[in-house]
Design a protein around this ligand. Structure first.
Ligand SMILES: Cc1cc2nc3c(=O)[nH]c(=O)nc-3n(C[C@H](O)[C@H](O)[C@H](O)COP(=O)(O)OP(=O)(O)OC[C@H]3O[C@@H](n4cnc5c(N)ncnc54)[C@H](O)[C@@H]3O)c2cc1C
Length: 351
């Protein structure tokens, strides 16, 4: 099924929960070849608004080198394309105006993207490792007969990439010989490109107008006035220790508001109905790397750590002094969360 030769080297993370090493030294140096490189950064939009988180794809493209184009599609796409044209480092925005691409349904979007990739002759296709990117790019890779390279955290050269595997317990350095590299990037590893400072040209893309194979019926989104979990600078997460949804809301929400933080949760808390699915942090939830991550009543299972261990400062409150979360925490408080969190919240409010 896969045509490309691919080498993978692993670095075990040992008992350290924050692996940072990779195995290949960089062989990458700017050369004449670099001028032939060209990346297409897939930019996400929702209801006519550019998703600034998706600008991380531009940053990754900058690290690869060569020219960078951005791609947007949907109805009334012009304002989004014009906003994207201001992103620093982008030379051209390819825009396709068609309501069929509004919701980014991968089955419809993949053929669209492939047509535009073929026309542009790109060497690298880059999207965020988001629900959209994870659904879309494997289809694109299959249609291009390339091997998808997922969730990378570093770029060693134009064909060598670093990605965590086994819930972040090992780091793989993968080398691809595919002519077109199809890559999703971990948003926390690449800062979003500057939204201003650029002056890219906007060009109409090719629209294959294929007969849609899937149709958008409806969506049921959890809305909140609190910061977005994926991009927040501070996150407070609650676990099974909260005991119930009522207690989760009573204890965690005032803490979040006193810090101006987003709310997250462990999978156990989500599965028990204490918090919405969209708030899950971890291997099968969101990966976050805020300035401050506070884990409350969370034991620190590896699958949870996979989603938050790159946070700058990790604080933990747990009544069990041996809980694994304390092995990654920069600051720990051993105690009953039902006493400690309201006390902390009051102090933060009066500070
Ligand atoms: C394939 C797979 C994928 C997974 N993906 C994820 C994922 O994405 N995210 C995730 O979180 N998990 C994930 N898990 C589940 C993971 O293994 C753990 O089961 C889960 O993280 C445990 O959640 P928890 O820490 O809230 O609960 P527990 O492990 O039950 O820990 C509860 C903690 O609360 C503490 N506590 C209890 N009462 C109090 C109190 N009054 N005061 C203070 N502390 C208290 C306890 O000491 C304990 O440490 C995954 C598992 C698998 C197999």
């Amino acid at each position: 099924m896969f045509s490309a030769a691919r080498r993978t080297a692993l670095t075990g993370a040992g008992s350290l929960p924050r692996p940072t090493t990779s195995v290949f030294s960089s062989r990458f140096s700017p050369s004449a070849y670099q001028r032939l490189l060209s990346s297409l950064a897939i930019l996400e939009q929702r209801e006519g608004k550019l998703n600034h988180g998706s600008l991380s794809a531009v940053t990754a493209a900058t690290k690869i080198g060569g020219s960078i184009h951005g791609f947007v599609a949907g109805s009334n796409i012009k304002p989004v394309a014009e906003e994207a044209a201001k992103v620093e480092g982008v030379e051209k925005i390819i825009a396709v105006d068609n309501a069929a691409y509004d919701k980014g349904l991968a089955e419809n979007y993949a053929p669209l993207l492939v047509e535009n990739i073929k026309k542009g002759g790109y060497t690298h296709i880059i999207a965020g490792h988001t629900a959209f990117g994870k659904s879309l790019l494997p289809r694109v890779a299959a249609l291009l007969d390339s091997q998808q390279i997922s969730d990378i955290t570093a770029i060693e050269s134009e064909n060598t990439f670093v990605r965590p595997i086994y819930a972040g317990n090992a780091i793989a350095t993968v080398e691809s010989s595919d002519a077109i590299k199809v890559i999703t990037i971990r948003g926390t590893a690449f800062a979003a490109a500057e939204a201003t400072g650029g002056s890219a040209a906007v060009e109409d893309g090719v629209d294959p107008k294929i007969e849609p194979t899937s149709e958008w019926i409806s969506e049921n989104l959890a809305t909140s006035d609190r910061p977005d979990l994926a991009t927040a600078g501070k996150v407070v997460s609650g676990g099974r220790g909260l005991k119930s949804k009522e207690e989760f809301d009573r204890v965690m929400l005032p803490l979040a508001d006193s810090l101006g933080a987003a709310v997250g949760a462990s999978r156990a808390a989500v599965d028990s109905g204490y918090a919405d699915n969209s708030l899950q942090v971890g291997q099968t939830g969101k990966v976050v790397a805020p300035q401050l991550y506070m884990a409350v009543g969370i034991s620190g299972a590896i699958q949870h750590l996979a989603g938050m261990k790159d946070s700058k400062v990790i604080a933990a409150i747990n009544k069990d002094a041996d809980a694994p979360i304390f092995q990654v925490a920069d600051v720990g408080l051993v105690g009953d969360l039902f006493d400690k969190v309201p006390e902390l919240t009051e102090k933060l409010k009066s500070a």
